[in-house]
Design a protein around this ligand. Structure first.
Ligand code: DX5
Ligand code: ZN
Length: 224
């Protein structure tokens, strides 16, 4: 895999052709599939569950599937997504009664664990958990919908999170989700992110390969 991972969010894909859409972004150079799970309770929208994750595997998707849980409660769905073939499972700490336990359930199931911090959620959540997370996902929009504008104050938060990760010396991925596009992905990378979710800015274009290539070039240009 590349050093910088691009993870198109299938929330913006054509759901009637989901398998083809997932294959198309991967053929276009994406590193993994970002899979947004919304429950109409933790967030005001309703999307897809483990059955759809399993269907993508059965369709032949072998790339990592990065499951972003926007659900409350969290724990029961973790096992379902592991059975369905998820590689990374992230959740919002506000949505879990016992965050440490939820992280452990993910790892014990054999998946990589991720903690998702909303724009207004403090990085302090990480303080006692750094040894239990494989990925930190910083939301650069409020969760619930694709197509929202990137919140600029996230850039400083990315730099702070990068410092925390580097100081700890742990192999934790730093992912950013919301409003990521060709025009801002360079500055997001420069601030310290290494993993980029992008929904509408990928699936809203006609040529996925060209878009992903342009994103990768923007990252390299601003980080070299
Ligand atoms: C928002 C989701 C995002 C969303 C990103 O709650 O978690 O993954 O699909 O979409 P864009 O890239 O369009 O902001
Ligand atoms: Zn997401």
């Amino acid at each position: 895999m590349n050093d910088y991972w691009i993870a198109p969010s299938i929330l913006s894909a054509d759901f009637a052709r989901l398998g083809e859409e997932a294959s198309a972004v991967l053929e276009g150079g994406a590193d993994m599939i970002h899979f947004d799970v919304m429950d109409n309770h933790y967030v005001p929208n309703l999307t897809i569950g483990p059955l759809v994750c399993k269907a993508l595997r059965q369709h032949g998707i072998v790339a990592p599937i990065d499951v972003h849980l926007m659900v409350k409660p969290v724990d029961r769905l973790i096992a379902d997504f592991i059975d369905a073939g998820a590689d990374i499972i992230s959740f919002h700490p506000e949505a879990s009664e016992h965050v440490d336990r939820s992280l452990q359930i993910i790892r014990e199931g054999g998946a990589k664990s991720g903690l998702v911090l909303n724009p207004a959620t403090s990085l302090n959540w990480l303080q006692h958990l750094l040894d239990k997370v494989d990925l930190i996902l910083l939301m650069s929009v409020n969760p619930g919908f694709s197509g929202q504008e990137f919140i600029d104050s996230t850039l400083d938060k990315i730099s702070e999170a990068r410092e925390i990760i580097d100081t700890a010396g742990r192999p934790i991925r730093l992912e950013v989700d919301g409003g990521v596009k060709i025009q801002n992905i360079g500055s997001i990378a420069k601030a310290g992110a290494d993993t980029f979710v992008s929904g509408s800015a990928v699936f809203g274009t006609n040529d996925y390969a060209a878009t992903i290539t342009a994103m990768r070039k923007a990252i390299t240009d601003s980080c070299s």
